[in-house]
Write a protein that binds this ligand. Structure first.
Ligand code: FES
Length: 255
């Protein structure tokens, strides 16, 4: 193993994992000093954007620790955490970052030893993955991922996921979990493509045909997304070259 010392960020829930870390300290449990801790009231409070922001700032690995399932102080916070981490991992994979750099686990207030073991194991895993190779590219991708997880439709789908599986939809119908997850996947993919289209317009107005060629996407698909983003106010028409329209990004527009 190299002498690479990764920067690890830990989000620890106040009621269990933070107390577990405290117990590890007073019990003199040995674990790597790479971790820096942010105490949150519940693991469910960890927004996917916090994680993408950490990666954008050059953190090598993020670990989220909460109460064991069934022990959350706010009842379903750790279920929410599961869904949010699942989404964040999906987004990391989609944008070409390593989802292994993110880990969710459970540590109770009485598990100082377990806290030490989990942190040691995760730190070793990040050491094996090595430092981030191209930090500029990594930061750009993490920023793009941050835009994806901010989309209100995705946030709603993930925020409601646990409740919908527990209680059914508004008509009390049970929803197929795989179908629901597919919908989330499709939305992640669609938002990623839209972000790529926006990136292609970063330097000025573009035509649909040119964007489609640059991104190797079907023209019809780019047209559909451009129309959708135009309706959302994210981009707008700037003019015509002959009868071919050009679009550009709207300042601070849309989602
Ligand atoms: S209070 Fe610990 S996970 Fe919710």
């Amino acid at each position: 193993m190299s002498d690479f010392e990764p920067k690890i960020l830990g989000f620890l829930c106040n009621w269990c994992s933070y107390a577990g870390a405290d117990l590890a300290g007073v019990s003199r449990v040995q674990y790597p000093t790479n971790i820096r801790v942010i105490r949150v009231m519940c693991s469910g409070r960890v927004d996917p954007n916090f994680i993408l922001k950490a990666f954008e700032m050059g953190i090598d690995g993020v670990i989220v620790l909460g109460c064991h399932i069934g022990d959350c102080h706010y009842q379903s916070g750790n279920h929410q955490a599961e869904k949010k981490i699942e989404l964040t991992s999906q987004v990391l994979g989609e944008i070409g970052l390593q989802p292994e750099r993110l880990h969710l686990d459970w540590v109770s207030a009485a598990e100082g030893q377990r806290f030490g073991e989990i942190v040691t194991e995760f730190t070793n895993k990040i050491k094996e993955l090595g430092p981030i190779a191209n930090i500029d590219d990594y930061q750009k991708k993490a920023k793009l991922g941050g835009s994806i997880v901010d989309v209100s439709r995705l946030r709603w789908l993930v925020g409601k996921e646990h409740e919908i599986f527990e209680k059914g939809n508004v008509y009390k119908e049970q929803i197929d979990q795989d179908e629901y997850k597919d919908i989330i996947w499709q939305n992640v993919g669609a938002e990623y493509t839209k972000e790529l289209i926006c990136s292609a317009m970063a330097d000025g107005p573009r035509k649909i045909r040119d964007i489609a060629e640059e991104l190797a996407l079907p023209k019809k698909l780019v047209f559909d997304y451009v129309t959708e983003m135009e309706n959302q106010g994210r981009i707008h028409l700037v003019g015509f070259d002959g009868n071919i329209p050009s679009y550009t990004l709207s300042e601070g527009g849309g989602e």
